[in-house]
Write a protein that binds this ligand. Sequence first.
Ligand code: HEC
Length: 112
Amino acid sequence: MNQSLVLAIALSLSFGAQAADVRDRVVDRVSQPLKGREVYMQSCAMCHSPGTGGAPRPGVSEDWAERARKGPAELMISVLRGKGAMPPKGGNASLSRTEAYLALDYMLNGDK
Ligand code: HEC
């Protein structure tokens, strides 16, 4: 292998890594999961991260085993109407239905 070929490969590798970085950041910004995470952090995390009052914790499968069986549509109804100790939209009436859904999707699926 001659030197310029080695250089070309090294360059393309480092540019490739940079491009992947940029792509990840752009995808993060335009895709819904980031928004879902934001809504979750602002309006849901205070109860759901610690599991206050029996709030199901994201990523803790035993908290979701029964609830997941209902399917996302019915879970969404709980979010909009409230359930037990959870007020409608987690108490943040300014959330749009879409934002509430994105938060639910983030809770169920994480940052995918
Ligand atoms: C004030 C605390 C609190 C906040 C804020 C809150 N929740 Fe909850 N959430 C709960 C509690 C407690 C439950 C368990 C209710 C029950 O099953 O009786 C619950 C249950 C749920 C469930 C399961 C519903 C079902 O039918 O089993 C979902 C989904 C959910 N919350 C989503 C959200 C989302 C999305 C947000 C933010 C927009 C949010 N919650 C904000 C306390 C909260």
